[in-house]
Design a protein around this ligand. Structure first.
Ligand SMILES: *Cc1c(COP(=O)(O)O)cnc(C)c1O
Length: 393
């Protein structure tokens, strides 16, 4: 049966992913099941999306309650879950206003547009360039792939959008020499996710903030992967004693329903007026009602604190593996956004783990990334570590 499903898929689905040959049909907490009834412990969580685990009963209930009441109306009207979610996000962050959309790329599109129009409104017409980082990832739309500092993402789609410059991450000198009178914003992931779980050096992000302040440049944090508790704080910027001007969120914000959000300080957000930007589905009642339950559970059930503690435990275990295996070059990350750099290809390791019932992810060819639901327990981590120890042998 599984083979037939996969054969059908390969005839009708666009070939944009190299999929593993399993068909997943059910999830609960940190577990997933395929069509053969095989059970997996999930250390991918839909790429840092299902932070509360699969089929969370509270989120399902909030979703179906809202679905029975009101699915969707246009943003021409007010709806209550959207207002409540925006209130929660602005209360918990530096930001004063929220623009809702449906994905990470769209949130970054909104941030790029806002940064440009902000200076146009001030009459600074030549100030439109955005500096982003090498090895960054900001999405797959034309503007966001243009912002992305990886050639392989742009290849074949040229010409990319005009107005993007790139500097190496963690190199403040390079940033200072690139910021000029035509720069409107610096766009950065506080921890690079897809680029290889790269953490900022001590003091780097504060220095980026300072460089922006000195030149009147906007600072945009792409927290699409790092946000919503993943790094052991609600937003990663909270680790670094500074604040951005604009922040983008998506992935985990509704635990698996499509949502994106662009948050900004009042003075910056003001540059968007009626008609300047829009999204049909942005902040639609069903998705925002589910997201409200996600953030309620996150704050009331100590999930982020658990993530911080269990993440430290997990990282210690990975470091223990590093001492035992020469092919492990580096262990890094914060909270439950952890990476393990190998000096061999990671594909075979991922496949062997899958055979043993563990889903893990490999990026950049040789970096294993561990991004489980934030509710993962010690015994599940211990079991994965035993598996990795065997596989690496
Ligand atoms: C996943 C991701 C995106 C893109 O989000 P989509 O929802 O796939 O468009 C952008 N930036 C970062 C940091 C991401 O991790």
């Amino acid at each position: 049966m599984t083979q037939e499903i996969i054969k059908k898929a390969d005839q009708v689905i666009a070939k944009t992913y190299n999929r593993f040959p399993i068909v997943i049909v059910k999830g609960k907490g940190c577990k997933l099941w395929d069509t053969q009834g095989k059970k997996y412990t999930d250390f991918v969580a839909g790429i840092a999306v299902c932070n509360l685990g699969h089929a969370h009963p509270g989120v399902s209930k909030a979703l179906s309650r809202q679905a029975d009441t009101l699915f969707h109306v246009s943003n021409l009207y007010y709806t209550i879950p959207q207002i409540e979610l925006a209130s929660w996000l602005t209360e918990k962050s530096f930001a004063d206003r929220v623009f809702f959309c449906n994905s990470g790329a769209e949130a970054n599109e909104a941030a790029i547009k806002l940064a440009r129009i902000y200076f146009k409104e001030k009459g600074e017409n030549g100030r439109y360039r955005i500096i982003s980082m090498e090895h960054s990832f900001h999405g797959r739309t034309m503007a966001t792939l243009s912002a992305t500092g990886q050639e392989k993402i742009k290849k074949g789609f040229e010409p990319v959008l005009e107005g993007f410059d790139y500097v190496p991450f963690n190199d403040i000198g390079a940033l200072l020499s690139k910021i000029g009178p035509s720069t409107c914003a610096v766009l950065i992931e506080p921890i690079q996710g897809e680029g290889g779980v790269c953490c900022p050096d001590q003091g780097y992000l504060k220095a980026v903030r300072q460089a922006c302040d000195q030149t009147g440049t906007l600072l945009i944090f792409d927290e699409i992967q790092t946000g919503i508790g993943r790094t052991g704080k609600l937003f990663a910027y909270e680790h670094f004693d500074m604040e951005p001007d604009i922040m983008t969120l998506a992935k985990a914000l509704a635990n698996g329903l499509p949502i994106g959000a662009m948050l900004a300080r009042e003075e910056v957000a003001d540059a968007f007026g009626p008609g300047s930007h829009a999204s049909t589905f942005g902040g639609t009642p069903v998705v925002t009602a589910a997201s409200l339950e996600v953030v309620r559970v996150l704050s009331e059930e100590n999930i982020i604190d658990h993530c911080k503690k269990i993440g430290a435990y997990f990282k210690e275990k990975l470091s223990w593996l590093k001492d035992r295996h020469e092919m492990i070059e580096d262990v890094r990350g914060m909270g439950l956004l952890l990476g393990m750099k190998l000096n061999i290809e990671g594909d075979k390791i991922v496949t062997s783990c899958m055979e043993k019932g563990f889903l893990i992810n490999c990026i950049q060819g040789n970096i294993l990334r561990f991004i489980p639901p934030l509710i993962i327990e010690k015994k599940e981590i211990d079991a994965l570590v035993v598996c990795l120890d065997e596989v690496l042998n």
